[in-house]
Write a protein that binds this ligand. Structure first.
Ligand code: ADP
Ligand code: MG
Length: 695
C-alpha cells in the first residue's frame, strides 16, 4: 500500500525527477557502519548512538508503573533491555523470543540494568552485512518515510539521465584560476558523496555544510543565482523607458510658469537634508536615462522618503507622464494621498485615488481617469495592480514598503503599463535595511540609495520595557503626559488567530483608558472601520481633537503626527523586530523628547526577552535588521514568503558570505568567456524559478 502512495507524496514534495531527487540532500546522517558487541555498547555509555545486535531472550509487557514492553536481548558478551513505552502488536511479534535483531540507540542505566529506550530495531541474520556508507536522513514531510525517500534517491542516482544532468561543464581552467587550491570534487561526485558518505567521512563538516562536497554544490547554486541576476541587469539596460531629464524653468507644456519640480521645492516648509539631496540626485540621474530605473530608496523610519518620492513624481509629470504611488495598507496609502494633495493640488495636478474599499462606481471613475490620462498622479493600494487597471502613460511607479509586496506583485505593475514597447521607472522604498549579503545576492540588480540622516531637530526615542502588571503606573504617566498638551498612541497587538479577539482587546483598552482619563478625548482606530471612519479618526487626531489614539497595528506605517511623541505598546512580546521598529518610528518626529513604552506580559520566552532588550538598547535600523535576518532567514525580508520561493536552498548567507564573492567573479567570467554554458547552468539550477530573479 505504501508503495502505491509513495510516488504522489514524493511528487508533492517536488521530488518528481532524478535531478530533483539528486538535489534533495540529507539534513543529517546516522552511522550504521559500525557494529559493537553489547558489552562495548554499554561501555560507550550515554550520549552516543550505538549499534549492536543479539537474540531476544525475553519479551514482557508490564503494566506498572505504566503499560510498556521490555525486550531483553543477549549476545555472547552481555544482555541489554529494550524499553518501549508505546508499541504496536506488530512490534511484539517482530521481537518475539528467538528472533535475532539489530538495534541502534543510546544505552543508559535503567532500573533493571542497561537499556535502550525506543531504539531502532530490525530483524536481521547475525551475519547481515553492514552498509559501507553513512545512512542519510532526509528532509521529509508527513506521510513519507525515510525508507521511501532513500529508495527513490538511490534509484535516481543510478538513473542514466542523471549522468547527463550533472555532467561537468564548468571550464577546468576557470575553476583552477578562481580556486588556487581547489579540493572540491566534481558536481556529480559531490552529490553522490553527500547522499552516501563513506564510513570514515568527516561528519562534522558534513553537518555544518562546510565539507568540500557541500562547497561545490553551494558554489554552483550561487553561480546560477549570480548569472541570472547579472543577466537581468543587462536585460534591463536594453529595455526602453522614457527619459526624464530635469526640465528648465517652465513646465514642458509651457502652460505653467514653473515646473512641478521647482514649484514643489518652493512650497516645501523645510529644506532637504544633505542625504535627501544626494539620493534625489541619484534618482534624478536614473530618471534621465532611457532604460528603466530599478532603485531602492532606503531610509530609516522618519528619514523623509516621501518628499523624495514626490520630487520623482513631479519630474515625471513635468514630462507629461503619469506617476503612481502604491502602498501596502490603506492607511499608509491614504497618508500619501493626503500629503500629495497638500503639495500638488495647489499646483493644479490631478490626483486619483484607488483602493479596494472604494464603491464600485468610484472605482470605475478612478480607473477611467487613469486610463484616459486625465489623472497625472495616482495613489493607492494593491488595487493599482489589478486586471481592470491600465495606465495611459505611466512613467514611474513608486512602491512604498516594498518588502511587504511579493516579487510577483512587483512584476505586475509593469504589466499594467500595457505596453511592450516601454517600461516604467521603478522606485522602491523601505525602512528595512538590506544586509550586505542579501544585497549581493537577491538584490544584485537593484541600485540602492540610502538616506542616512534624519531631518534636523529629531530627538532620540527613549525606549522603556515595563511589565504589564505596572499598567496603572503607565496610565498615571500617560495622564501627566497628556496634561502637558502632548498626544500619545496606545497600540494593541495583532492577534493572528482571531480578528474578533483583536478588536475586543482594543475595545477593552479603549474603554478602560476613556474611563481612566476623563479629561482627555480618546479615539479608537482599527482594521474593521470603513475607510471614511478611519480617515475621520486620523484627521481628528492630527488636529489634536483626539489626544490619545488607541489603535491596532493598522497604524504600523504612515501616520505622521509630530505632537504625538509617546507610544505605549501592549503585549510588545508578541511583535517582531521590524514591527516594533516601524511602530516606534511614529514618535520622535517633533520637538519634544519621545518615549516608547514596551509593555510585556509574563512569561517571556528567551527570544522575546532578547528582542525587547535589543529594541531598548538600539534604534539603529541596521542592527535590528541584522538580528531579524539571523532570526528569521531572508525569506521575510525579501517578500519571498509571498512568492513562495526561497531561491537558495543550500547556501546560508551568513555562513557562506565569502562564497558569494567567488560566485560573482565566476559569473562575470562565464558570461564574458563562455556564454554558451550559461543557459545550461541556469536550467540545471533554477528551471522555472529563474523568472523571479528578474523582479
Ligand atoms: P519616512 O521616510 O518614514 O517615510 P516621512 O517621509 O514620512 O518619513 O517623513 C517624516 C517626517 O519628516 C514628515 O513629517 C516630513 O514632513 C518630515 N521631513 C521630511 N524631510 C524633512 C526635512 N528635510 N526637514 C524637516 N522635516 C522633514
Ligand atoms: Mg513613509
Amino acid at each position: 500500500m505504501t508503495t502505491k502512495q509513495a510516488p504522489s507524496t514524493l511528487q508533492k514534495m517536488g521530488l518528481d525527477s532524478p535531478m530533483a531527487l539528486a538535489l534533495h540532500l540529507p539534513s543529517r546522517y546516522e552511522d550504521e557502519t559500525e557494529l559493537l558487541t553489547i558489552e562495548e555498547a554499554i561501555a560507550q555509555g550515554r550520549f552516543a548512538s550505538a549499534q549492536t545486535q543479539g537474540v531476544v531472550i525475553r519479551n514482557q509487557v508490564l503494566f506498572r508503573p505504566r503499560r510498556q514492553m521490555i525486550v531483553t536481548i543477549e549476545d555472547e558478551t552481555e544482555t541489554l533491555n529494550l524499553r518501549f513505552l508505546n508499541f504496536y502488536p506488530s512490534q511484539q511479534k517482530q521481537m518475539a523470543v528467538g528472533v535475532h535483531v539489530r538495534v541502534r540507540g543510546e544505552v543508559r542505566d535503567g532500573f533493571q540494568g542497561s537499556e535502550m529506550v525506543h531504539p531502532n530495531v530490525r530483524a536481521v541474520a547475525p551475519d547481515a552485512p553492514l552498509p559501507n556508507s553513512l545512512t542519510p536522513v532526509y528532509p521529509a514531510s508527513v506521510g513519507v518515510s525515510q525508507t521511501v525517500i532513500r529508495k527513490a534517491v538511490t534509484q535516481a542516482l543510478r538513473d542514466p539521465s542523471l549522468q547527463e544532468s550533472l555532467a561537468e561543464f564548468l571550464p577546468k581552467k576557470l575553476m583552477a584560476e578562481l580556486l588556487p587550491s581547489n579540493d572540491w570534487p566534481s558536481l556529480q561526485s559531490a552529490i553522490t558523496y553527500l547522499h552516501q558518505p563513506p564510513a570514515d567521512a568527516n561528519t562534522q563538516s558534513l553537518l555544518e555544510r562546510t565539507h568540500p562536497a557541500w562547497r561545490r554544490v553551494q558554489f554552483e547554486e550561487l553561480l546560477a543565482q549570480q548569472i541570472s541576476l547579472k543577466r537581468a541587469h543587462a536585460i534591463r539596460r536594453e529595455r526602453n523607458a522614457p527619459s526624464f531629464a530635469k526640465v528648465q524653468e517652465e513646465g514642458k507644456d509651457k502652460t505653467r510658469e514653473q515646473s512641478f519640480e521647482e514649484s514643489l521645492l518652493k512650497v516645501l516648509p523645510f529644506k532637504l537634508t544633505n542625504a535627501q539631496d544626494r539620493v534625489w540626485s541619484e534618482i534624478s540621474r536614473d530618471l534621465s536615462k532611457s532604460f528603466p530605473m530599478n532603485r531602492l530608496l532606503q531610509g530609516d523610519v522618519g528619514s523623509g522618503k516621501t518628499v523624495v518620492a514626490a520630487l520623482s513624481a513631479a519630474r515625471v509629470m513635468d514630462h507629461g507622464y503619469q506617476a503612481a504611488i502604491m502602498a501596502p495598507t490603506e492607511i499608509l496609502a491614504e497618508q500619501h494621498y493626503l500629503k500629495m494633495k497638500e503639495w500638488f493640488e495647489p499646483l493644479g495636478v490631478k490626483i486619483a485615488w484607488l483602493s479596494g474599499s472604494l464603491k464600485a462606481k468610484e472605482k470605475r471613475l478612478a480607473q477611467e481617469v487613469i486610463e484616459n490620462g486625465q489623472a497625472q498622479l495616482i495613489i493607492g493600494t494593491h488595487a493599482l495592480i489589478q486586471e481592470s487597471v491600465s495606465f495611459a502613460k505611466l512613467g514611474l511607479a513608486v512602491i512604498d514598503e516594498q518588502h511587504r509586496f511579493g516579487v510577483r506583485q512587483r512584476l505586475e505593475i509593469q504589466q499594467r503599463v500595457g505596453s511592450e514597447l516601454f517600461y516604467c521607472h521603478q522606485l522602491m522604498m523601505s525602512a528595512t535595511p538590506i544586509p550586505r549579503t542579501l544585497a549581493m545576492t537577491y538584490y544584485a540588480d537593484l541600485d540602492v540609495s540610502v538616506i542616512d540622516e534624519l531631518p534636523p531637530g529629531r530627538k532620540p526615542i527613549a525606549t522603556k520595557v515595563v511589565k504589564a502588571s505596572r499598567r496603572d503606573e503607565v496610565i498615571g504617566g500617560l495622564q501627566s503626559w497628556l496634561s502637558k498638551g502632548l498626544q500619545a498612541y496606545w497600540v494593541c497587538p495583532l492577534i493572528e488567530e482571531s480578528e474578533a479577539l483583536q478588536l475586543q482587546t482594543a475595545t477593552e483598552s479603549f474603554e478602560q483608558l476613556t474611563q481612566a482619563l476623563p479629561d482627555f478625548k480618546v479615539g479608537l482606530v482599527h482594521g474593521r472601520l470603513k475607510a471614511e471612519e478611519k480617515a475621520a479618526v486620523m484627521a481628528a487626531f492630527k488636529a489634536n481633537e483626539i489626544q490619545l489614539l488607541v489603535a491596532t497595528t493598522v497604524i504600523e506605517v504612515g501616520v505622521d503626527v509630530p505632537n504625538a511623541a509617546l507610544m505605549v505598546i501592549e503585549h510588545a512580546e508578541r511583535f517582531g523586530y521590524a514591527q516594533i521598529h516601524q511602530l516606534r518610528g511614529r514618535v520622535g518626529r517633533g520637538a519634544v523628547d519621545s518615549v516608547c513604552i514596551l509593555m510585556y506580559a509574563e512569561p517571556l520566552s528567551m527570544a522575546a526577552k532578547e528582542r525587547l532588550q535589543t529594541l531598548r538598547e538600539t534604534s539603529d535600523g541596521f542592527v535590528i535588521a541584522e538580528r531579524d535576518l539571523s532570526l528569521r532567514g531572508p525569506g521575510e525580508l525579501l517578500g519571498a514568503k509571498q512568492s513562495g520561493d526561497a531561491m537558495l536552498r543550500f547556501v546560508d548567507l551568513q555562513r557562506d558570505a565569502w562564497l558569494i564573492e567567488l560566485a560573482q567573479q565566476a559569473a562575470d567570467r562565464l558570461l564574458a568567456e563562455h556564454a554558451d554554458l550559461v543557459e545550461r547552468h541556469l536550467e540545471r539550477w533554477l528551471g522555472s524559478r529563474a523568472e523571479f530573479l528578474k523582479a
